[in-house]
Design a protein around this ligand. Structure first.
Ligand code: PHE
Length: 530
């Protein structure tokens, strides 16, 4: 095995990195999902809970990922390989736990899950922490396969908006139209193909002239589009009700369930838990400031999510619709709303273009995780890796595309899964979404914080963070907040309450515990609902 670092491309500067990483973070999660889960969970109150999750868990975990990437200059698997000790008691304990769970399941004749657990336990013994990186690469496949299907729908809807085919008298009509559209394989697979092709073309070009260059074009475009849409939306007669709904917190709607939704979404929205930020961090130079970059990415991601709500809710309320339409909000309610206002087709086109731009910069980061792994660890050329895995993801995604509604077209896979696991919830599309969002990302986030906090160690991580961070990491927090960072009497001593120490505590204790609780709740082992 050759562990010498390969010569690596780097971002041209901090702005390039921030825009690319913000591009990864800002995606369908912000514009499609955030507004509808906010609508379902009480508006402003949910927004506050979400902000708390971002600050307490999202940002600290993002710092972990970027730091691991920059320090090792490797893809997620390579990063864990480089930093993990030869043998780790914690990993052995986890492996043993998983193995025992497997045998326990055998005792209950749950052969499918039991075998899966035993294999997983053995893999943990064999590969230890490196497996967390591998989980990230696998998540790259599974997420992109369903993500690109939804992104494909937006391409289809741009087309239909341009040709004025989204003329819905009411939401029921829009719903029926959407249902028929996503079940039409020609549209679903064709548009999914175009999206993957766009991702491949960009990633093929490399870090600087592909990902960075396109992020620098697409992110400002995204900002402009969303700004124009907000202005249109809040100037509609009756829009104030939507603004009020969005900005007035109603805490009676908040329960443990919504807190956990907020936490899960924080991970997905910030592209955390699967090594996307490890990968992007690995193209970062040591002179760049990790704290400032993280804050900027988190800020931009949150800003765009909030702006998406402001572009959507006022228009939805103005036309007399409710906020709780669920996943159909964007593809069913919005086109109906646009149809009722002057130049509706134009606004609908802009909106779906916005959605596509957001999805594209996230899609390329997912493909880049897979690509980086095959380039670094398997010595493939970037060109070969992007084309081959773009195609593999296209095939996997096609299965999602033809099975969004039910398993009718994939009866054989369904039969196989039922035989092995007893029962399967939802369609193939749902299974991919479920595996990634509910298992791979939270577990990835949990293990990344445990790893940095307890195995690699916050001390080593902070040593890395200090490069390029001026005295940001070590300055007394109170001085920092007071704007006295560079005041000689404030920076001369070694301080205890610093950004670095605060981050260390979050990463060692708060993030792992919070994520573990959320994870156990989502998989149904812990019921926190009142
Ligand atoms: N953050 C992206 C979004 O909000 C999705 C994503 C998740 C991208 C994980 C990369 C990695 O849409």
């Amino acid at each position: 095995m050759n562990d010498a670092p390969t010569p690596r491309e780097h971002w041209s500067g901090t702005l390039g990195f921030i825009l690319a990483a913000a591009g990864s973070a800002i995606g369908l999660g912000n514009i499609w999902k955030f507004p509808y889960i906010t609508g379902e969970n009480g508006g402003g109150a949910f927004v506050l809970v979400y902000l708390l999750c971002i600050a307490v868990i999202g940002a600290p975990v993002m710092i972990c990922e970027i730091t691991m990437g920059r320090h090792t200059q490797r893809n997620p698997v390579g990063a864990f390989k480089a930093l993990a000790p030869r043998s780790s008691t914690l990993a052995h304990l986890i492996g043993l736990g998983v193995l025992l769970t497997g045998f326990f399941l055998f005792a209950f004749r749950d052969w499918g899950w039991g075998t899966l657990m035993v294999i997983l336990g053995l893999l943990i013994f064999r590969y230890s922490w490196t497996l967390v990186g591998a989980m990230g690469v696998i998540a790259g496949f599974t997420i992109l396969s369903f993500y690109s299907v939804v992104a494909g729908w937006t391409i289809g809807y741009i087309w239909k908006a341009v040709f004025r085919q989204l003329n819905f008298a009411d939401v029921a009509v829009a719903k029926e139209y959407f249902g028929a559209f996503i079940q039409n394989p020609a549209w679903a697979i064709g548009c999914h193909f175009i999206f993957i092709l766009l991702c491949v073309l960009i990633v093929y070009k490399g870090v600087k002239s592909g990902i960075e260059r396109w992020s620098k074009i697409l992110m400002p475009l995204l900002f402009l589009l969303i700004l124009v849409l907000i202005i249109r939306s809040i100037t509609l007669p009756g829009a104030a009700a939507g603004v009020r709904f969005y900005l007035t917190p109603d805490f009676s709607k908040i329960n443990t369930g919504s807190v956990l939704i907020a936490l899960g979404h924080a991970f997905f929205s910030l592209s955390l838990g699967m090594g996307a930020m490890i990968t992007y961090g690995s193209y970062m130079g040591r002179e760049q400031n990790i704290f400032v970059s993280t804050l900027s990415i988190v800020f931009l991601d949150t800003l765009i999510a909030l702006m998406a709500g402001l572009a959507i809710f006022p228009a939805v309320f103005a036309q007399g619709f409710g906020p709780d339409a669920g996943p159909g909000l964007v593809f069913q309610v919005l086109p109906t709303v646009f149809h009722q206002i002057p130049f509706g087709a134009f606004w609908a086109t802009l909106f779906f273009l916005l959605l596509l731009v957001a999805a594209l910069t996230s899609g390329i980061s997912l493909l880049e995780v897979v690509t980086a792994y095959f380039v670094d660890e398997r010595r493939w050329s970037r060109h070969r890796a992007t084309v081959v895995f773009g195609f593999v993801i296209f095939l996997l995604g096609s299965l999602c595309a033809i099975s969004v509604a039910n398993w009718d077209r994939l009866a054989w896979i369904h039969g196989l899964l039922v035989k092995v696991f007893g029962s399967v919830k939802g369609s193939f599309f749902d299974v991919m979404d479920h595996i990634s969002s509910n298992w791979l990302l939270p577990l990835g986030g949990l293990f990344i914080s445990l790893f940095v906090g307890w195995i690699w160690g916050t001390k080593h991580a902070v040593d890395e963070i200090r490069h390029g961070s001026h005295n940001f990491a070590d300055v007394h927090l109170i001085s920092l907040l007071a704007g006295l960072k560079d005041d000689p009497s404030h920076s001369s001593e070694i301080h205890v309450i610093t950004l670095a120490s605060l981050w260390g505590i979050f990463i060692r204790f708060i993030s792992p515990v919070a994520v573990l609780i959320a994870f156990l709740h989502t998989i149904g082992w812990l019921d926190l609902r009142p």
